[in-house]
Design a protein around this ligand. Structure first.
Ligand code: ZN
Length: 319
């Protein structure tokens, strides 16, 4: 059997405005763990905030560049428009009541592929969904983070699906199935569902062909890129060759401190990344204290004082 090069989703990275509002939504409202507080490696006066499960397992990681006072983007084609998180069976009522209590308006729950889906937006207008699924026990070694008034039986269990909105899905689907080891498993209306690796919740990609929709515009409240997981540097190197042979313009391997990354644009315009699972988030911080201190890559340490002065202090307020 050929070795598996792609396991499923690794992380989703989006653009936000105010960093404290971002922490208040993802750590406060959704109850994810702030697992890393670092800076945008290309623009160190902007935070790079990572949220996830207890240890930051691949497939649970949502990350943001909170740029401050920037314009909102627009959801549309050529974008990842909705990031869906998995919640366990029986948790939907809890989340409906929680969002209502926190004055966050939502749509649904609606039924999609026989599961219940609640749709809403973060404080910048980013599309978020919660999907109630029995398929959450599969993730070995995956520890949901519990905080504030969210007890373990309701806590988010990492990603469920990402939705890619395309003018035409054809070439994106060819990339997913021919180079990226995804399989078509279901179709409902204009939505086609693919899965990779072990499959199931956390490994789904939905492709929607919506030619009548407006083109998406990047800004606060839109996704910057989606990363797929590859087990090692060797498997990442193999998939990089596969993509280059198929004509994709793939970057060299970049050191992101917590993983190694390659990037390329899929035919519909969405930026894709393939990230290695190691070294992970405990490379520069103990698991117990993840996210509590500002971590900088070694090449910025000498500028720490200036960088810290430019960043707005943030704190986790559990709800
Ligand atoms: Zn990334």
């Amino acid at each position: 059997m050929a070795s598996q090069l792609i396991n499923g989703l690794h992380h989703v990275t989006a653009i936000a405005s105010n960093p404290q509002r971002n922490v208040d939504f993802y750590a406060g409202v959704l109850g994810l763990r702030l697992i890393k507080k670092t800076v945008n490696f290309d623009a160190p006066d902007v935070y790079h905030l990572y949220y996830g499960d207890e240890t930051g397992s691949p497939g649970t990681i949502m990350t943001f560049f909170p740029f401050g006072e920037i314009q909102r983007g627009r959801r549309g084609t050529g974008q990842l428009t909705y990031t869906s998180f998995a919640i366990p069976s029986g948790a939907m009522d809890f989340w409906i009541q929680r969002l209502a209590k926190l004055s966050i308006s939502f749509t649904g729950p609606i039924t999609r592929f026989d599961e219940q889906v609640l749709q809403f937006e973060d404080f910048d207008g980013l599309g978020v969904e919660l999907v109630e699924t029995p398929d959450t026990a599969r993730k070995l070694g995956f520890t949901a983070w519990t905080s504030g008034s969210i007890s373990p039986e309701y806590a988010i269990r990492g990603f469920h699906t990402v939705a890619l909105h395309e003018i035409s899905g054809d070439r994106t689907i060819r990339l997913l199935t021919e180079q990226m080891e995804h399989r078509l498993i279901a179709q409902e209306g204009d939505r086609m569902r693919f899965e990779a690796g072990l499959g199931g919740s956390g490994n789904f990609v939905d492709v929607l062909a919506v030619p009548a929709d407006k083109r998406g515009l990047q800004g606060a409240g839109t996704v910057h890129h989606v990363a797929f997981s590859s087990e090692t540097d060797a498997t990442q190197g193999e998939i990089r060759e596969v993509l280059i042979d198929a004509g994709f313009d793939v970057t060299p391997v970049l050191d992101r401190n917590y993983f190694h990354s390659i990037y390329y644009r899929e035919p519909g315009g969405i930026l894709f990344e393939i990230a290695t699972n190691p070294p992970g988030f405990s490379v520069d911080e103990d698991v117990k204290t993840l996210g509590s201190a500002l971590k900088l890559p070694s090449w910025y340490e000498s500028k720490r004082e200036i960088i810290e002065q430019r960043l707005q202090p943030i704190q986790v307020n559990t709800l």
